[in-house]
Design a protein around this ligand. Structure first.
Ligand code: HEC
Ligand code: HEC
Length: 396
């Protein structure tokens, strides 16, 4: 800056000063007015627009994804690049440098000019910081996983009961039996030989409220051998799942509650027409869900036979194949008939399936063990399953 420019600036400064706007009270007064207007605006927004509350905090909900407010997202994103041991660089060093850069601006950028072109250093630093913050915020938003599904409470009561039935089949049958009948536990690691009282009985249903049932399933009864099922206690069930199980128990076993018609229909194994070959999809799967999958799913140490889908049923197990199309001597059939064979004992271990259900298994296997109903439609049952035709009397 040369002498001439300096003089010019000083003149300007004097002229402005002579006009005489005082910080106190003039400027303060202006500030006050603006702050007050903003305050009114905020109050108005709070009253008329408001902020939607998140659901109440739930320590057992592990699907909740905690996130900072949007204006802190850039710091949050920064942390991702400095994991573990070097976290302090992201939490302390970089933000401190940024703040210092701003604080020290008057010392390292001493140019007296106001036009941005003459203040390259300051403008560059500011731009880098702002662009960095915006970019980090955008990245944080882009990588935020969508909030896990809301608590999955199946919408209608019948839906809940059906979901509960399925979950009961997966998680509870191995100990409490398909009908909640209890009895001596067989085929469950660690509880072999323990005898359980029925949980479907009237005194259980009449003494336990829904809330008590919920809590028993949620925390379990660890000292008695009942594992916890709530996510918050290391189990696999979300709150909505547990509610569904409770509803299933209540509406199926409590004689004061009436099972909705549609549930009774949906959960029954469909009846077979005469000569019809059952299919996995329509007839076998509902039975497996109810009577087998609780023990025959991944994570069970005492057997390797998985029964979650058609393919698993046909191919898995230490004594595979357990279902051989057309062969009534298949392991599964023999075990359903409560034979003790090389592959193991009677199945299900505690209580035999009803004869009419076993007959469906037999027809399925004898008819070719089809997967889908469409495949089954093209098959015919072997003669022994067909009704005895009135034998045509030979013509004389
Ligand atoms: C690994 C075996 C096991 C599994 C799986 C299991 N339970 Fe239990 N459950 C037990 C044992 C053991 C008890 C204690 C029995 C007792 O008190 O006589 C028990 C107790 C209960 C009780 C209380 C019974 C009473 O009279 O006090 C209920 C209700 C119950 N279980 C429901 C369930 C439900 C629903 C599931 C599935 C989500 C389930 N259990 C899964 C073993 C199991
Ligand atoms: C209470 C748990 C339990 C239930 C319920 C159960 N199983 Fe099993 N299953 C076992 C165990 C444990 C074995 C391993 C052999 C043994 O110890 O008897 C087994 C073995 C088998 C095997 C032989 C698998 C192989 O390749 O070694 C077949 C087949 C079988 N089960 C079919 C069924 C069918 C079909 C159902 C339902 C109708 C069923 N199981 C229900 C516990 C169970």
């Amino acid at each position: 800056m040369n002498e001439e420019q300096k003089k010019e600036l000083i003149e300007k400064y004097k002229a402005e000063k002579a006009k005489g706007v005082k910080f106190w009270p003039d400027i303060i007064y202006k500030d006050l007015l603006v702050s007050f207007a903003l305050f009114i605006l905020l109050v108005g927004l709070a009253i008329f627009v408001g902020v939607a509350n998140e659901p109440p905090a739930d320590p057992s909900d592990s699907s909740y994804i905690p996130r900072p407010e949007w204006y802190f997202l850039f710091l949050f994103e920064l942390l991702k690049y400095f994991p573990g041991q070097i976290e302090w660089i992201g939490t302390t060093v970089l933000p401190t440098i940024a703040v210092l850069a701003l604080l020290l601006l008057p010392f390292y950028d001493r140019s007296p000019f106001r036009h941005w072109r003459k203040r390259r250093l300051g403008v560059t630093i500011m731009s880098v910081v702002v662009v960095g913050m915006v970019a980090l915020t955008i990245m944080a938003v882009a990588t935020t996983p969508p909030a896990a599904e809301e608590e999955v409470v199946a919408a209608t009561l019948p839906e809940q009961i059906l979901l509960g039935e399925e979950l009961y089949g997966v998680h509870c049958v191995e100990c409490h039996g398909a009908e909640g009948e209890g009895g001596e536990i067989t085929g469950v690691e660690g509880l072999e030989g323990v005898v359980l009282d029925p949980i479907n009985a009237r005194d259980v249903m009449y003494t336990f409220t829904d809330e008590t049932l919920f809590n028993i399933i949620d925390y379990g009864q660890p000292d008695l051998g009942m594992p916890p099922f709530g996510l918050g206690y290391g189990g696999e069930l979300r709150r909505g799942d547990i509610i569904a199980v409770v509803n299933f128990m209540r509406y199926t076993w409590d004689d004061r509650a009436e099972l909705p018609q549609e549930v009774a229909q949906a959960s029954a194994v469909p009846a077979l027409a005469e000569g019809e070959v059952p299919s996995y999809e329509v007839h076998i799967q509902p039975m497996i869900k109810r009577y087998c999958v609780s023990c025959h799913r991944p994570g069970k140490k005492n057997n390797n036979y998985l029964m979650r889908d058609y393919n698993e049923i046909m191919t898995t197990g230490d004594h595979a194949p357990n279902v051989v199309a057309g062969d009534l001597g298949s392991n599964t059939i023999r075990m359903l008939h409560r034979e003790e064979i090389e592959a193991g004992g009677p199945m299900p271990p505690t209580k035999a399936l009803k004869p009419e259900l076993i007959l469906i298994w037999e027809k399925w296997i004898a008819g070719g063990a089809p997967n889908t109903a469409a495949e089954a439609a093209g098959l015919t049952l072997p003669a022994e399953f067909l009704p005895v035709e009135a034998t045509p009397t030979a013509a004389p």
